[in-house]
Write a protein that binds this ligand. Structure first.
Ligand code: NAD
Ligand code: MG
Length: 382
């Protein structure tokens, strides 16, 4: 029987991960969240984890009182979350925290030698070599949960050792603003940006999908996970979100993974790999679609893709810088403080001012993070 731990258990990926655990009767060794006491209490009562943690220390105290009739030990703060992340009893840990806040927990899982089922792409994008070397040194696997990367990973199963991966073709839904011009984007509202056509997700990634910064993050994620160059990753807009991504081999043969747009398929594959089990997700009936469409992305209107490509080509701390600048700009847009098109403008202006470096530490990433957040706030005032 598999034992899993979930970081960010109260969010969109976290709750869907618990659906998968429920379906297969997995044991849950720990659960962590930001501040949602009510939902975490319900989850503790249902799954009886050994440990649980909340980032908010006050809320953690409240939770401790509420669940004192259960055997679950409660912790608070980021240290509490990292202590759970490194818990010995979990075979696989799902990191479903949103944002750079997932980086220390990602490292805690890998340093404990645990398999990491990674939804929190920001930690891999910003952490780069630090995350990959923690995985290597500790012989810990990173299995993708992001639907595109799960698709690529699935397409690579059975790849002969002598076969070269020529290209990755990353599909993008295009989000709610597909086909819109710069003029039309200048006045879009938060509500419109939160209305994603195919996926129901947390607020941050939904805005990232509207700006296509999410596809930029995924380009960097693909470079890191599959050890390809940025120029080997093509992005194709596919409105139906049925083809989740493709790989092209040296002989120009292309292999794709298809399925209904439901995150429980990639979450489950990260937990059952290399095996497959029945899933609650429905069967794909291609005749219901009739046709599937593919378009080149409009990178001059959706500039975040190019910004991320430039960041990964420059290397060093640039991916961390664009990620942190985006986290701040994304939050400011959601709070009604800036307009939609200010997002790429602010990221570009803030992130490329940092100095190039050959190597960096965890402290450097968090120092870039505070500098970028401050720079975006200051630039937004001008
Ligand atoms: P969400 O906002 O729904 O959930 C985030 C979870 O993290 C919650 O449990 C929250 O309590 C916790 N959290 C928030 N801030 C925290 C902090 N500072 N420290 C510790 N915990 C914190 O987000 P989501 O949509 O589930 O996305 C989670 C991650 O998965 C993101 O990196 C996202 O890019 C990635 N992802 C999500 C989807 C999706 O369908 N939702 C698909 C692919 C990848
Ligand atoms: Mg994705």
């Amino acid at each position: 029987m598999k034992t899993i731990g979930i970081l960010g258990s109260t969010g969109s990926i976290g709750t869907q991960s618990l659906d998968v655990a429920r379906q297969h009767g997995y044991r849950v060794s720990f659960l962590t969240a930001g501040k949602n006491v009510d939902l975490l209490e319900d989850q503790i009562r249902e799954f009886r984890p050994e440990k649980a943690a909340l980032l908010d220390a006050e809320k953690a105290k409240e939770l401790k009182l509420r669940v004192q009739d259960t055997p679950t030990q409660i912790f608070g703060g980021e240290e509490g979350i990292c202590e759970c992340a490194a818990l010995n009893s979990a075979d696989t840990v799902i990191n479903a925290i949103v944002g750079l806040a997932g980086l220390r927990p990602t490292l805690a899982v890998l340093n404990a030698g645990k398999t990491l089922a990674l939804a929190n792409k920001e930690s891999l994008v910003a952490g780069g070599e630090l995350v990959l070397s923690a995985a290597n040194v500790n012989h810990a696997a990173i299995l993708p949960v992001d639907s595109e990367h799960s698709a690529i990973f699935q397409c690579l199963q059975g790849k002969p050792t002598n076969a070269a991966l020529k290209k990755i073709i990353l599909t993008a839904s295009g989000g709610p603003f597909f086909g819109k011009t710069i003029e039309e984007l200048s006045c879009v509202t938060v509500e419109q940006a939160l209305n994603h056509p195919n996926w129901s997700m947390g607020a941050k990634i939904t805005i990232d999908s509207a700006s296509m910064f999410n596809k930029g993050l995924e380009l960097i994620e693909a470079v890191r996970l599959f050890q390809v160059t940025p120029s080997q990753v093509d992005i194709v807009v596919h409105r139906e979100s049925i083809v989740h991504s493709l790989v092209m081999y040296d002989d120009n043969s292309v292999i794709a993974q298809l399925g209904l747009p439901d995150m429980r398929i990639p979450i489950q594959y990260a937990l059952t790999y290399p095996e497959r089990f029945a899933s609650p997700v429905g069967e794909l009936d291609l005749t219901q679609y009739g046709k599937l469409t593919f378009f080149a992305p409009d990178e001059s209107t959706f500039r975040c893709i190019g910004i991320c490509r430039q960041a990964v080509e420059k290397g060093g701390l640039y991916p961390a810088a664009v990620n942190s600048a985006n986290e701040e700009a994304n939050a400011m847009f959601r709070a009604g403080l800036i307009r939609f098109l200010d997002i790429p403008a602010l990221i570009e202006e803030a992130a490329f001012t940092i100095a190039p470096v050959d190597s960096f530490t965890l402290d450097d990433i968090f120092s870039v993070d505070s500098r970028m957040r401050e720079a975006v706030r200051q630039l937004a005032k001008q």
